[in-house]
Design a protein around this ligand. Sequence first.
Ligand code: SF4
Length: 401
Amino acid sequence: MDKRLNEKKAPALARGNGSAHIGNTYDYLPEELKRIFAEAGEPAYRGLQVFEALHKQAVSSWQEATSISKSLRDSLTEEYPLDSFKLKGSLKGSDGTIKLIFETKTKDLVEGVIIPAKYGPALCMSTQIGCPVGCSFCKTGQMGFSGNLSAGEIVLQFILAERYLKKPIESVILMGMGEPMLNFENVTKALEILTHTNGRQLSSRRITVSTVGFPREIRNLATRKHRYNIAFSLQFTSDETRKKYIPVARKQPLQAIFDALEDYYSITSADVTLEYVLFEGINCSNHDARALSYLARWGFSRKINDPDYLVDFFSSGKHMQQLFTRESFKINLIPYNPINTDYDDIGGRAASAFKSPSDDRILDFLNIIKRCGARVTLRKPRGRDIGAACGMLGRIDGNRK
Ligand code: SF4
């Protein structure tokens, strides 16, 4: 037995990568844990044992990790408690949706949502505490921004949700509080941990990363080991309207975002979905439906705007249809979820400007898109009665209780 273990000391783990919060053992990949143990003079394989205990066995206390020596378990229990990020409460909706409220070590609250689905439960997870983007139709966007979640805190939402449900979560959507691309390193690391062969081994095909549109990060995501699906929160088909409601749209024009999405798709072949929240009188006219269909089908294709490319293309004897080889991006229509519900005391500060269109208008909008030949689904609102539906997460009067 080595001296450090006799002294009941766990290796000194560094702080989380770029996180506003103190890191924890969930923040690390096996390679990092192995290095940390090796640098502490321990056999490197202990790092792997620790990773497997946390992610494959999903232990809730170090003492459950029986593959680890008793002395190390005692040491880890003393130095690295596993409850620095915990489930603080839950709310069950009438449609089976469950909102989970998590508390960070710094007493900030973030939310996740378990959504019953045909192929097993899906989990909508948060990536930040609040959101710096500040979309005017989103409750999270109204609560301000307190910091990034660490990779471990993102992963723990998944672990705690499975522990709560007592069954596996089948898919993950990073569409809770925060903009994943603005916490890029921690988010991609969390996904690496969740998909790791020595851990939970969640399939990357079951993971969707949502974004309001950051071209550089979209391209960067395409270079990662796994291919994740992307959901682009489009919401409006012109830059002019987007800029009114999504502050970052002033810096990120649709042309650049669609170019990045086209690149992402051509590199990964992963699903790219256009999320489109329907707001009465703002973005649900017949013209909007056609513009949306066009974007889903053709994007802002650079090819059709480039005469040199077209000359080369047709000179080679190809046909017009071959210009566009991909299927339409899928459109996901989401009737706006009003955020001034009376499930708690938040009031409706940001709600007054927005309403969901009538059912007839939604149906007409859907049918126009179908006639235009784009792939489209209409999302049934889930968890509205518990403030868990899309755009409803967070407290606009501050997130600390
Ligand atoms: S919609 Fe997304 S990006 Fe916009 S404020 Fe809400 S969480 Fe942030």
